[in-house]
Write a protein that binds this ligand. Structure first.
Ligand SMILES: Cc1cc2nc3c(=O)[nH]c(=O)nc-3n(C[C@H](O)[C@H](O)[C@H](O)COP(=O)(O)OP(=O)(O)OC[C@H]3O[C@@H](n4cnc5c(N)ncnc54)[C@H](O)[C@@H]3O)c2cc1C
Length: 453
C-alpha cells in the first residue's frame, strides 16, 4: 500500500538513483576529509579525538594547541564544526549516567544519539517530551543548535535541559543549572559548541506515553485554512507542501492508550523509480505536472500508526539534501509561506522537495530562536547534488521580512549585527564565551565571525 512516508521517500527519491556519497568519516588519518551529512561542509583536521573518559578529554584540552571543534553526528548544514586543527567527538561517551525517578530527570552522556535514548529511558519509566523528525543527532549537538520538533505547547530540546556539565578550554569541569552558575547555564543551553565541550546533560522528562500519528493528504489551500486550528487542537501538528502539485499532507500526533501498531520507523521505498519517471516526463509542463501528481496524491490513503513515543517522531531521510529553516513569529508563518510558495513556483520549476511547517512554544534561553515568542518555522530543501544558493538567496529575504530567526544548524547568511538585533542577550552570551574561552580556542572562522567582531 502507498503510504505518506513511502511517498515522501519517493518524492525525495526522485533523484535517489544518483547515489549519495558516504558522509562523516570519524576516525584515523589526518589526510581524510571530514564532511557533514549533506556534504556541503568539508575540512581536513590534523587531529581527531574521541576521548574514552573525562580525564582524557581534560588532558586533550590542556595539552593540545590550536582550534578545537566538538562534533556530534555532523547533521548541521552551517559551518559550525569545520577546522583544520582538532575535531573532538563524544562518540565514546554515551548512555545513561543516572536517573531521578521523583523528578523524572535523567543525566545522560552528551555523545548519546537521540535514537539511543528511548529504550533506556523507557526502562526507567521516562520519555522525552518531544523529538525532532530524525533521531540521528547527538544530544549535545541537538542542544547546541536549539533542535526542535513540533507542537505549540512543546519547546525546543534545549529547554528540557535541567542541568549540564561542560569542560572548558583549560580543562576545568563546570556544572551549571538554573541555580548554579546560572549565566553559564543560560548561555550553554544553546551554545553552538562555542563555550566548551558539553559532556553530560540532565534532561527533564515525563512519564512513558504512546503516540497515535495520523497522516492525511489534502489540497494545500485546505491545509492553510485549517492550520491554526489543527495546531491548537493537536499535541503535535506539522504540515508539508509539495511544490507544483497543489497538495500537501498534515501530520498530527496525540497521546493514546491504543495498542501499538508499529515499531519500525523505516518504510519500504516502493515506486521511487515510477515517481522519478513521472517527474522527468512532466517537468516541461508545470500545469500538467500539477494535474497528474496532484490527482495521484488525492488517492493516497490516510495513514495511522500507534507507537511508543520515541518510535513515532523520527523518520528516515535516505536522500540527502541541503536545508534552510527560519523560525518566525507564529502569526507571520502563513503569509510568509504563501509568499515563498508563489516565488518558488514562479522562479524554480525544478524544485521537488517538500516545504515543512512546524509550531514551537517560546522559551527564555539566551540564544534560542524561540526566545520570547510563540513560533512557527518554515523549512525548505534542495537535493544535495543541486546548487541551492539561488533558491535560498531568493527565499531568505522573505523569511527575514517576516522577522524570522534562522535555525543555528541550517543554512543562512545572517551576520553578527543582525543576530544582535534579534537576541536581547547577544552580548551576555559573548561575555560568558569570553570568560570561558578568552583565547578563542573553540572559535572556527564562522564562529569567530559572529562572536568576535
Ligand atoms: C536530515 C536532517 C533532519 C533534521 N531534522 C531536524 C529537526 O527535525 N529539527 C531541528 O531542529 N533540526 C533538525 N536538523 C538539524 C540538526 O538537528 C542540528 O543541526 C543538530 O545540531 C545536529 O546535531 P549533531 O549531533 O549532528 O551535531 P553537529 O552537527 O555535529 O554539531 C552541531 C553543533 O553542536 C556542537 N557540538 C556537538 N557536540 C558537542 C559537545 N559535546 N559539546 C559542545 N558542543 C557540541 C558542534 O560544535 C556544533 O556547533 C536536521 C538535520 C538533518 C541533516
Amino acid at each position: 500500500m502507498q503510504t505518506r512516508r513511502t511517498f515522501l521517500q519517493q518524492l525525495m527519491g526522485a533523484a535517489a538513483v544518483l547515489a549519495a556519497p558516504t558522509s562523516v568519516l570519524a576516525s584515523g588519518s589526518a589526510a581524510l576529509p571530514w564532511r557533514n551529512w549533506s556534504g556541503s561542509q568539508v575540512c581536513y583536521p590534523n587531529q581527531r579525538s574521541a576521548p574514552a573518559n573525562l580525564a582524557d578529554l581534560q588532558t586533550l584540552l590542556r595539552e593540545s594547541s590550536g582550534i578545537i571543534r566538538p562534533v556530534g553526528s555532523g547533521h548541521s548544514f552551517m559551518p559550525l564544526v569545520p577546522t583544520d586543527d582538532t575535531i573532538v567527538s563524544l562518540s565514546r561517551l554515551t548512555g545513561l549516567v543516572k536517573t531521578d525517578a521523583e523528578k523524572q530527570q535523567a543525566t545522560v552522556w552528551a555523545g548519546t544519539r537521540l535514537g539511543e535514548l528511548g529504550e533506556p529511558l523507557a526502562q526507567q519509566g521516562q520519555g522525552l517530551f518531544n523529538m525532532p523528525d530524525i533521531d540521528e543527532q547527538s544530544l549535545a549537538g541537538a542542544i547546541a543548535t536549539a533542535t526542535h520538533g513540533t507542537g505549540q505547547d512543546l519547546t525546543c530540546m534545549s529547554n528540557y535541559v535541567a542541568a549540564l556539565q561542560l569542560v572548558t578550554a583549560n580543562g576545568d569541569i563546570i556544572e551549571c543549572s538554573a541555580t548554579k552558575n546560572a549565566d553559564i547555564f543560560n548561555a550553554a543551553r544553546v551554545n553552538l559548541g562555542a563555550l566548551g565541550i558539553v559532556t553530560q546533560v540532565t534532561l527533564q522528562n515525563r512519564g512513558l506515553y504512546k503516540l497515535k500519528r495520523e497522516t492525511t493528504w489534502m489540497p494545500i489551500e485546505e491545509i492553510l485554512e485549517n492550520a491554526e486550528t489543527l495546531a491548537s487542537n493537536n499535541r503535535n501538528f506539522e504540515f508539508y507542501f509539495i511544490p507544483f502539485t497543489g497538495m500537501g499532507f498534515i501530520d498530527v500526533q496525540n497521546i493514546t492508550d491504543e495498542p501499538v501498531t508499529a515499531t519500525d520507523k523505516l518504510d519500504q521505498n516502493d515506486g521511487a523509480e515510477d515517481l522519478k519517471t513521472a517527474r522527468d516526463l512532466l517537468s516541461w509542463s508545470p500545469k500538467l505536472r500539477e494535474l497528474v501528481l496532484g490527482t495521484y496524491m488525492k488517492t493516497l490513503p490516510k495513514e495511522v500508526t500507534v507507537a511508543n513515543s520515541w518510535q513515532n517522531y523520527a523518520s528516515e531521510r535516505n536522500v540527502r539534501f541541503n536545508e534552510m529553516e527560519y523560525h518566525l513569529p507564529r502569526e507571520n508563518v502563513l503569509p510568509a509561506f504563501k509568499e515563498i510558495r508563489e516565488m518558488v513556483e514562479t522562479q524554480f520549476p525544478e524544485v521537488f522537495f517538500p516545504f515543512e511547517v512546524r509550531f514551537i512554544k517560546s522559551d527564555e534561553i539566551w540564544l534560542s530562536p524561540f526566545n520570547g515568542r510563540e513560533t512557527a518555522s518554515i523549512a525548505v530543501h534542495r537535493f544535495h547534488q543541486e546548487d541551492y544558493h539561488a533558491m535560498f538567496a531568493a527565499i531568505e529575504p522573505i523569511m527575514q521580512k517576516y522577522h524570522g530567526r534562522p535555525h543555528w544548524g541550517k543554512l543562512n547568511t545572517m551576520k553578527a549585527p543582525q543576530f544582535a538585533e534579534h537576541y536581547a542577550h547577544w552580548n551576555d552570551f559573548k561575555n560568558v564565551r569570553q570568560q570561558l574561552d578568552p583565547q578563542g580556542r573553540f572559535l572556527n572562522p564562522y564562529l569567530a565571525s559572529i562572536f568576535q567582531k
